[in-house]
Structures are given as C-alpha cells and as structure tokens.
Design a binder for this molecule. Structure first.
Ligand code: ADE
Length: 237
C-alpha cells in the first residue's frame, strides 16, 4: 500500500486541514499517500470517556492515561514507527523526513494537556519529536508539519524533482535569494548577473549568497557544512 500517516488525536476534525490542499492534497486524492485518524475519545473511561487524569506526584494539568492511549494505538494497529509530538522530543530535521519518506509511513500521537503517561510511550517504543523550541497547545499542528515535510519527499508527489535537489538543506546551506519579473520594481533592480545569461557566473553568485546567508543566520549549519567539506565521508543533515 501507499505511504500512510496514522494519527491518534482528540481532534480528528483537524485533519487533513491544510494537508488537504495544494500539493499534499492532490497527492492524497491521487492515492500517493493515505491519511487515517483514530479518535482518542471513544477509548476514554466511564460515562464521560475521560482520557486524562491528574499527574502522579501532584502538580498542574492533566496527563493522558496509559491504558486509554494503549487501546487507541492497538486499534490503530500496523507496524509503523510511532512518534509522539512533544517540545521535549529530538528536533525534527530534513534528514528524519527523508528517512520517514523512504519507509512505510508513521503513526503520530498528538498530546494535549501536560503529556502522556510515560509507560505507554516506553511500551510502544515511541520516539519523541519536537518541531522547535516553543510550546504549542497540542500536537496536531506539529503532526501536520511532520506529514507535510515528509509527504513532499515521496516519489511522484513533487512534480519537479530538480527543485528538491536545489532547495535548502539538500547541500546543507540556506537557499540563495530569488527574483522574477519585472526587471525594475519601485527603483529596485534584479542583480545584474542573473540577467547576464552567464550560467557559470550565476551559479557562482548563488553559491556565494547561500554561503553568506548561512554564515550570517545559521552559524550552526555553517559549522556543519565546513566539517562536511573537510570530511565528506561524514554525512550531514
Ligand atoms: N507539542 C507542543 N509543542 C510542540 C513542539 N514544539 N513540537 C512538537 N510537538 C509539540
């Protein structure tokens, strides 16, 4: 079957959301990937189908129960890698997106509240992944970020594979600036070299700009890039 994103969430109506539009939406209708949601609520306890309870040891907020999440994960089934979206997870990268795109899919756990009981994460060998150093209200937006970044790397989803080879992180650098018509706009010109027709000079200008931007904005990426240049055997992200 096609690559599958399986999502366990209290808000199944949040999907496909923006993933139903544009490139990912077209690919979804064409069957290039599948989206399955599992609503956590029916697995809740008692008349009110409670999915959470107070944290052991005390403190603020609520924690999703291990037994409830376990039941939902069993129902979702399959042997896809299971990822829990959380700000304390390992940072998501283009490299991880590539790995996931080359696999059968992923099961994503969206939390709300203070988190999920650790025992169910341990029992299902769950990987924790963060999309950045900020706190969202819940995992649903983060899940959509992972799916978007991954689905566009599935073969035949992106029409022009050249744009993948040229984009940020394919060579470890940020992308150079882009321009289009008109040649003059409100007193601002397109850099002359881009209109010169000199393809070698254009390529040089672009790599200079990519290096300059990376040095300035992302010293962390720049150091990794320099390391990789010195030791090309060592893979970069
Ligand atoms: N859930 C809440 N904040 C998050 C973040 N930064 N990354 C992933 N999942 C989250």
């Amino acid at each position: 079957g096609a690559w599958t994103a399986q999502i366990v969430t209290l808000f199944p109506e949040a999907f496909p959301g923006i993933l139903g539009l544009s490139l990912t939406g077209r690919a979804l209708s064409e069957g290039l990937w599948n989206l399955r949601t599992t609503d956590l609520r029916p697995f809740g306890i008692g008349k009110h189908r409670n999915v959470d309870d107070t944290p052991a040891g005390g403190g603020a907020g609520m924690v999703i129960r291990a037994d409830v999440m376990d039941a939902a994960l069993r129902e979702a089934g399959g042997d896809l890698p299971v990822i829990y979206l959380s700000p304390r997870g390992k940072p998501f990268t283009q490299a991880r997106a590539r790995e996931l795109a080359n696999g059968p899919g992923m099961t994503l756990i969206c939390g709300r509240f203070e988190g999920v009981d650790q025992r169910v994460l341990d029992a299902h060998d769950v990987e924790e992944v963060s999309i950045g150093d900020y706190v969202l209200t819940g995992g649903e937006l983060a899940a959509q970020v992972l799916i978007d970044a991954t689905v566009r790397l599935i073969p035949r989803v992106l029409g022009n594979q050249d744009s993948l080879a040229e984009e940020s992180f394919s060579d470890g650098l940020l992308e150079h600036p882009q321009y289009t018509k008109p040649a003059q706009w409100e007193g601002r010109a397109i850099p002359e070299v881009l209109l010169s027709g000199n393809h070698a000079a254009i390529a040089n200008w672009r790599s200079d700009m990519a290096e300059r931007l990376t040095k300035e904005r992302r010293p962390d990426l720049w150091r990794a890039y320099e390391q990789a240049r010195m030791d090309p055997a060592k893979d970069r992200q």
